[in-house]
Design a protein around this ligand. Structure first.
Ligand code: GRF
Length: 220
């Protein structure tokens, strides 16, 4: 059976599109079997449906007054994991999924969840990143790192794909690409150029994980 991939997203899904296009071109070595979103209006769901890929909306419920927020959240993560597990994917890709997942979800897919982050993260989980030209820049984590790269006047930023651990924007790095910040860049123009690299990298990473998986199966 082909290597099966589930994609979790909250928004536009241009990275999902890169995967779907590579798959259609026979260049992915994997099959996207499921797309899940925490937002009903995520355009990525439409991209999935347009290619006859199963798509699910699993909303995070509002916490009723007096209820335990952590318990509501853990129950949602278990429900999300149930939906994903029903498709038994070999890999779960967080492609612009704007929620932090805890062990309630992650423990169900050990070592099988990867994340895209639109900034450069180091191998050692530390707070600095040394660029290919030797510049030392801060490792930016969180949801607003493209704007932050501009605010801090960084000459270069980029993107990282890493395995997911319960620590936010941390975990073994699988791939990264540097992107120069240009004079006159806005968060939008910079993010667009970062996404060009992300689209290339996510296809490369999924393809190589699928290949590794196939080799391991042949040997086992
Ligand atoms: C990407 O830049 C990704 O790194 C970040 O969210 C963005 C998702 O873009 N986590 P898209 O929805 O795939 O267009």
């Amino acid at each position: 059976m082909r290597y099966q991939v589930a994609v979790l997203l909250s928004g536009s899904g241009s990275n999902l599109q890169a995967l779907l296009d590579a798959e259609a071109a026979g260049a992915l070595g994997a099959e996207v079997v499921l797309v899940v979103s925490d937002r009903a209006d995520a355009f990525g769901l439409q991209r999935a449906l347009a290619r006859q890929v199963a798509a699910a909306y699993v909303p995070l419920p509002a916490t009723p007054r007096g209820a335990d927020r952590a318990a509501v959240r853990a129950a949602w993560e278990r429900r999300l994991a149930d939906v994903v597990a029903a498709f038994a994917p070999d890999l779960v890709v967080l492609a612009g999924f704007m929620r932090i997942l805890s062990p309630a979800f992650l423990d169900r897919f050990p070592n099988r969840v990867i994340n895209q982050h639109p900034a450069l993260l180091p191998d050692d989980g530390g707070d600095i990143y040394v660029t290919s030209t030797g510049l030392v820049i801060p490792a930016l984590r969180g949801a607003h790192v493209v704007a932050e790269a501009l605010e801090r006047g960084l000459p270069v930023t980029g993107c990282t794909i890493h395995r997911v651990t319960p620590r936010v924007d941390d975990g073994p790095v699988l791939a990264r690409a540097e992107v120069p910040v240009l004079p006159g860049d806005t968060p939008e123009t910079l993010h667009e150029r970062i996404k060009v690299e992300e689209h290339r990298l996510i296809v490369e990473v999924v393809r190589s994980l699928a290949l590794e998986h196939a080799c391991a199966q042949r040997q086992g």
